[in-house]
Design a protein around this ligand. Structure first.
Ligand code: NAD
Ligand code: WQD
Length: 347
């Protein structure tokens, strides 16, 4: 029976689709392409040599969703679909709550209607707000600093309530730290719309000459070199974590949250040095003031995922930088073409 992957054309979703297909899973993808291109799915097919069905559909369209559940006997759902830009969420909170929270509710309602009660959900380290200390373990207090983060917190609460209301549900909440890098082939990777907000895509675009210089947001944090420290994790390691989470929800019920991070923090200046070393490119940068809402240091204690999922990240920072650069260098404009035939929900 197939796994339904919502948001499967996106950055993390596409890498997870590759890992699922390579591991022999059958998948069905649902994506409305609000932040991705069908070309990503075409390349997932090319990389794996496997065929799979994709739907251009919106989670908020109940009719479309139910059509998909009627047509396929889905075993479990990995739910990536959602909006993810922090700044945009501050400007457009209603859109974020609608898409992320209402979209997840619509998905869970459809799942319940069809008796599918196994879910892996993409949460984020942002649910820890400003952590009191690092490394961060799953039992730390949760809080939100912006509508995006609040949407993830709300969804986590909703999923916990759901699991209490019906003990047949089995839900894995994965709190990602900072995913970067790309598939080794250089065929799939992160394709941000417009000027990137996140560090690594900004770095690769500066190195490629698309942007002039990197602004380093603050050098007066309480960190070894004063710049922000994060737990960068290779997107392929992250993708593999979803397969481990699937195995876990197949053999248990209830809801559990897991940090997916390496447990090691790198500062912005360390990331710049690692990128220059890995790519051989120049990277002009200027230190500027702090970015509002940023925390100084954020990195995971990934012990729980190690013990309970049997998952640990094994790719280091050099490989993350090399793979991010290969993707950028080979695809200067990201995914350009829309060239895949999508299944139609309505004919
Ligand atoms: P992404 O934007 O690349 O992928 C999300 C996908 O969902 C896109 O393909 C988009 O078109 C699709 N989508 C959005 N709303 C939809 C809807 N209503 N119906 C159908 N499809 C819809 O993002 P990503 O980086 O791959 O992130 C995946 C998930 O992981 C998101 O939920 C995000 O919040 C979470 N996350 C991401 C990061 C990160 O840094 N990338 C960190 C922590 C958590
Ligand atoms: C990393 C470090 C910046 C850009 C965000 C979201 C979070 C999650 C992942 C989804 C910080 C510094 C950045 C730049 C810089 N997304 N930086 N110059 O802020 O840890 O997390 O993405 O859940 O919710 O908040 O990641 O990549 O933006 O920043 O100096 O141009 O790089 O200050 O220290 P962040 P990031």
């Amino acid at each position: 029976m197939p796994i339904l992957v919502t948001g499967g054309a996106g950055y993390i979703g596409s890498h997870t689709c590759v890992e699922l297909l390579n591991a022999g899973y059958e998948i069905i993808v649902v994506d409305n392409f609000s932040n991705s291109k069908p070309e990503a799915l075409k390349r997932v097919g090319e990389l794996t040599g496997k065929r799979f069905i994709s739907y251009r559909a919106d989670l908020l369209d109940r009719e479309e969703l139910e059509f998909i559940f009627t047509r396929h006997r889905i075993e479990a759902v990995i739910h990536f679909a959602g909006f993810k830009a922090v700044g945009e969420s501050v400007r457009m909170p209603l859109e974020y709550y609608m898409n992320n929270v209402a979209g997840t509710i619509a998905l869970c309602q459809a799942m319940a209607k069809f008796g599918i009660k196994k879910l892996v959900f993409s949460s984020s380290a942002t649910v820890y707000g400003v952590p009191e200390k690092v490394p961060i373990s799953e039992d730390f207090p949760l809080s939100a600093m912006n509508p995006y983060g609040r949407s993830k917190l709300m969804i986590e609460d909703i999923l916990r309530d759901l699991a209490v209301s019906d003990t047949e549900w089995s839900i894995g909440i994965l709190r990602y730290f900072n995913p970067i890098g790309a598939h080794k082939s250089g065929r799939i990777g992160e394709d941000p719309n417009g000027v990137p907000n996140n560090l690594m895509p900004y770095i690769t675009q500066v190195a490629a000459g698309k942007l002039n210089r990197l602004s380093v947001f603050g050098d007066d944090y309480d960190t070894p070199d004063g710049t922000g420290v994060r737990d960068y994790i290779h997107v392929v390691d992250l993708a593999k974590g979803h397969l481990k989470a699937l195995e876990k929800i197949f053999s248990s019920t209830g809801v559990e949250a897991y940090n997916l991070g390496t447990g090691r923090g790198y500062s912005v200046l360390e990331m710049i040095a690692a990128f220059i070393e890995a790519s051989g490119m120049e990277l002009p940068y200027t230190i500027v003031g702090r970015r509002p809402g940023d925390v100084g240091a954020c990195f995971a204690d990934p012990t729980k995922a190690g013990n309970e999922l049997g998952w640990t990240a094994d790719k280091g920072i050099a490989e993350m930088c090399e793979d991010a650069w290969r993707w950028q260098a080979n695809n200067p404009n990201g995914y350009e073409e829309e060239s895949i035939r999508m299944e139609q929900v309505r004919s």
